[in-house]
Ligand binder design. Sequence first.
Ligand code: HEM
Length: 348
Amino acid sequence: MSIKKWFNERVQIDTDIFKSFSSEPVPDHLRHWWWCLGGTPAYLFIVQIITGILLSFYYIPSVDHAYDSVQNISDNVYFGWYIRSIHKWSANFMIVAVILHMMRIFFTGSYRKPREINWMVGVFLFVFTLLIGFSGYSLIFEQLSYWGLTVAGNLMSSVPLVGPFLANFIKDGDAISQFTLSRMFVFHAAILPMLLILLLGIHFTFLHLQGITTIYFSEKTKKKTFPFIPDHLFTEIIFAIILMILLTFMAIVFPAGLDEKANPLITPAHIKPEWYFYFTFRILKITSISAAVLILGAAFFVLLLWPFIDGLIRKKTKNEYSVFIGIGSVFLLCALTLWEAFALFYSH
Ligand code: HEM
């Protein structure tokens, strides 16, 4: 008796549903990896979950032991340095992949009707990905991550209405304390990953219901499709293997290091966040805390509501300005990031 028959006699599930999901036709352009960049952050997120679980077997979320437990993972735990480095590098790769995926969606106009809601879900996926990175960095409890957290707390306090509550939630009064670290750990290891999984569920459901926007370069390929399994899965697996080789290379050549242990009494000469927050630091330095919060808040809402703003611009001007606005925004973000990177480099 086949396993399928044995199973179906006990659990009556309509296996045709799985068949329809797995052999779903996808547009021909997805044969090329750069058109289906969404699968890359999904794979890296799985790598993050697996390595994160392994790290949490040894990490101690306590102000007295966090730093030493990270050092122990790197120096003594069997392959600890490798798992920690893969976790760190796949977090960075995931952020790059989400940004590239977002740019692909933007520049191909794939956020337009009927996909506006999925774009908005995507914006939250982007913000939560950044927050997972930020909260993870603060767990190490080294000088830079400690003081980065302090600056974030100060920024939060200027957010209108909820600011003082948010700042108090992070800093627990005036100082970073055990509560801060515990909260960061719960956010990093439980709340944010669960929210990400939930949002990904919604993101993929919308994808399934609406299908993927067809991008074609000739009438011949316009209607061409291929099955998700095995063809598309094969592309994703090949790329997953290439990514794992790349991650291993980065882990060996640039293993995750450690700065000095956090010291609340000594402010380092140069506080710096992770690279993906350089632009916020630059805005903060060239304006003021309240102006930076205002600018970042406005940028978030423009990004979130972009499909509708774009619709209005197109209706009023009857022109396609979105590509120019997109290129301008990418240049501005790169310029602010590089400006901060050079400023930090030359101040050392
Ligand atoms: C963890 C982060 C994310 C994952 C794992 C993910 C995954 C995916 C996947 C697998 C697809 C199928 C097509 C493709 O691969 O390009 C897709 C499409 C899409 N994503 Fe994402 N995504 C993420 C973040 C985002 C973000 C940040 C945005 C935008 C702000 C976004 C907006 C969209 C839209 C609108 C589509 C439909 C595209 C079309 O119809 O061609 N996603 N996503």
